[in-house]
Design a protein around this ligand. Structure first.
Ligand SMILES: [Zn+2]
Length: 227
């Protein structure tokens, strides 16, 4: 009987120890997994580029069904370049036009906006936060950031100041979202609309713009990542 009791006691001690070891192992495993998840997030958020945001004047639209629906933007897979098709007008006037849509009927024709507008003088106005959808690029509204550019003439060529701000802003966005040269597209590439007009009519000018953006990105590659 005594032997049996001893054996029972030993069996209990072994079982308790086994459970304790399992518990410790599971805690250790959780810590390790937690650590891995953390580093993965860090890697995803780590940018290869040192690009500062250009100066941006924040003039967010009032939330409304037409121009700022407040719909969350999912992943960003592209930057869409537009022109205002409104020669001689500045960034603020175009922003105010978007804002005025809030007092109009809830119709598709009134659904128009853009994340950014760049003025002829190079001023950048932000109308919509980057985590919200804008109504600018049809079926690509849900996964792109839109940039409207003001222009002096009917042909829609951007001024030097607009061009400079556009290159900087787009390069910064490419760095921020880990996009490549071909993620920068024209409204034309989505729907065939003649927008941005000058850069649809002049393929070379469009290629040059994309080169200028991409060279800007590459020239701001972090030092420890340079080949
Ligand atoms: Zn457009």
């Amino acid at each position: 009987m005594i032997k049996k009791h001893r054996l029972q006691r030993i069996a209990i001690v072994i079982s308790v120890s086994f459970v304790a070891v399992l518990a410790i192992l599971s805690i250790v495993a959780k810590i390790i997994t937690g650590g891995r998840t953390g580093s993965k997030t860090e890697i995803q958020e780590y940018s290869l580029y040192d690009i500062d945001s250009p100066p941006v004047k924040e003039m967010l639209l009032t939330q409304n069904v037409n121009s700022r629906p407040g719909i969350a933007l999912g992943s960003v897979n592209g930057i869409v370049i537009h022109y205002t098709a409104n020669p001689g007008t500045d960034a603020e006037a175009n922003r105010n036009y978007f804002e005025s849509r809030k007092d109009e009927p809830d119709t598709n024709a009134n659904k128009v906006s853009s994340h950014y507008i760049i003025g002829i003088d190079g001023t950048i106005i932000q109308c919509i936060p980057l985590n919200e959808l804008a109504y600018a690029s049809n079926n690509r509204n849900s996964d792109t950031i839109s940039i409207e550019c003001c222009h002096r003439g009917k042909k829609g060529k951007f001024s030097k100041s607009t061009y400079k701000s556009l290159v900087h802003l787009t390069a910064w966005l490419c760095g921020k979202y880990g996009l490549n040269r071909d993620s920068v597209i024209r409204h034309y590439d989505i729907t065939g609309k003649m927008c941005p007009l000058y850069y649809v009519n002049n393929t070379q000018a469009w290629d040059k713009l994309k080169d200028d953006i991409w060279n800007y990105v590459l020239s701001h590659k972090k030092k420890d990542n340079k080949d």
